[in-house]
Write a protein that binds this ligand. Structure first.
Ligand code: FAD
Length: 455
């Protein structure tokens, strides 16, 4: 029998549109291998570990290992007599470092294929070769490049060769406590679940995406983010299917959001410290507060502001939160509570099923006003008016904050006006005062704010 090629899976847990797998399978049998490497790159958060377990189970036929990739992947290659090791390149610089080490260990055996971005990381550049700081200019330049390739099918005649490895349970990805039941109800990790969501989305909601996408009370967005984060579907598959199935303004707006994913990857590729260090360096001197109790109230959805609490509880129960609500809760943490954006980024990293080092860091920096093309710090969301605007009837808030479910009509936006609601806290800060405090802190920063940023 022909010696197999080992395909090292990264954040690309799928069979379709997988360049490394497609090429390997054309040549003979393949071994799919995944290595849980907690030291290489940022360790997965709790919700992601749950998703990863389910996703690997759904994929099946994967040889599993645990430890340093640069040791484990060559070991597996030797074990199964592989004549080559193929993989798709990651965009995240920390994962690329690991890949460089594996490549060095393998020598000629390694072959690397394009990863999961529509445009190669680093390929979208200004006319004089610089980096874009502004999304619209980035996206315009990206769209002027040759269109993304058509996605590849599942390799025909795909044959798997046997190779011994660990069992899925030996990776101990499943949480010890059963807080994952809500996620289990809400999601179908794996390629089939991703394909179903895309099909359903393109059959209806995409048509009104441009007008409805900010409404957390409506099923208006694709919910593809965790599937994208684990590569159960590729950006090229989404691009191609959306263009074919649903021309119109909704589709264009949807693909523009996928463009934000590209922009985030571009930022992380150019600034590996994006998850920790503000792009606007002057923000390193921001007078953040250290307030573990306030952070805990925010994490638990007990701030006393219904839209914030609904979002934080949706996150805890399902591992996901609507984008508009992510912006509201993030603004509340950073601006109303003056807690550093990095603390919010970490909580999201642990609790989101779609935790993604590029999207999460870029979005937190965007909300905090220290990132690329960011919302200015002084634009502070009012959690009451945001709720009134985007969840006008309170359906979303009632669904996630049962203590308020009995409140009728619009009273739900400011329950404190009714006096005390049993079981529900009074607002932990007065928004008007918190806003003044945030603006004063920001003013203190004004003087150095024109210092050069990382760009
Ligand atoms: P749709 O509206 O259907 O959009 C389709 C896809 O486009 C998404 O799946 C996602 O891959 C991409 N996308 C959409 N909006 C954005 C955006 N603003 N930035 C980058 N990509 C986007 N997204 C993550 O995937 N992982 C994260 O860890 C993450 N953390 C975030 C933290 C904060 C504070 C904020 C404000 C946003 C964050 N986002 C993150 C972006 C966005 O909220 C989610 O991608 C979106 O809500 C996912 O839902 P959806 O798949 O239904 O999106």
């Amino acid at each position: 029998m022909t010696a197999p090629i080992l395909v090292w899976l990264r954040h690309d847990l799928r069979l379709a549109d997988h360049p490394a797998l497609y090429d390997a399978a054309r040549q003979g049998p393949v071994v799919l291998a995944f290595c849980l490497d907690e030291a290489g790159g940022r360790p997965f958060g709790g919700a992601s570990r749950w998703w990863l377990h389910q996703s690997l189970r759904a994929l099946g036929n994967v040889t599993l290992a645990m430890g340093k990739s640069e040791q484990e992947i060559p070991r597996l290659a030797r074990l199964c007599g592989a004549r080559g090791v193929y993989w798709n390149r990651s965009a995240d610089p920390r994962l690329r470092d690991v890949e460089d080490r594996v490549e060095a260990a393998l020598g000629d055996q390694a072959r690397i294929f394009p990863g999961d971005t529509l445009f190669a990381p680093g390929a979208v550049r200004t006319k004089d070769g610089g980096q874009f700081q502004v999304f619209t200019a980035f996206w315009r330049a990206a769209l002027a490049l040759p269109a993304p390739d058509r996605p590849l099918p599942v390799p025909p005649d795909l044959r798997f060769a046997p190779c011994p490895g660990l069992t899925l349970d030996q990776l101990t990805l499943m949480p010890k406590l059963d807080w994952w039941r809500g996620m289990d109800r809400d999601w179908q990790p794996g390629e089939a679940g991703a394909a179903r969501l895309l099909k359903d989305f393109l059959a209806g909601p995409v048509q009104s995406y441009h007008t409805e996408r900010d409404r957390p009370d409506r099923p208006a967005t694709s919910r593809l983010s965790p599937h994208l984060a684990f590569g159960e579907i590729s950006a090229r598959q989404i691009w191609s299917a959306a263009r074919a199935a649903a021309p119109g303004q909704g589709m264009e707006t949807f693909l523009k959001e996928v463009g934000w994913r590209e922009f985030s990857r571009h930022l992380l590729f150019n600034h590996p410290s994006l998850p920790h260090v503000p792009l606007r360096r002057d923000f390193a001197a921001f007078p953040w507060r250290d307030d573990p109790e306030a952070l805990r109230k925010w994490q638990m959805g007990m701030t006393g502001y219904p839209i914030v609490d609904a979002g934080m509880r949706q996150l805890w129960a399902t591992g996901w939160m609507h984008n508009r609500v992510r912006m509201i809760v993030a603004s509340f943490l950073v601006k109303d509570l003056l807690i550093p954006w990095q603390a919010g980024e970490e909580w999201f990293w642990d609790t989101l099923v779609d935790a993604d080092s590029a999207n999460n860091a870029a979005s937190w920096q965007w909300v905090a006003g220290c990132g690329a093309d960011a919302a200015p710090f002084f634009r502070i969301f009012n959690p009451v008016t945001q709720g009134e605007k985007f969840d006008p009837d309170g359906a979303y808030m009632r669904a996630w904050v049962p203590e308020l479910a009995h409140l009728s009509g619009t009273t739900i936006h400011q329950p404190w006006k009714l006096g005390r609601v049993p079981g529900y806290p009074a607002p932990m800060v007065d928004h008007a005062k918190a806003r003044e405090r945030a603006l004063a802190a920001f003013k203190g920063l004004r003087a150095p704010i024109d210092q050069p940023s990382l760009f």
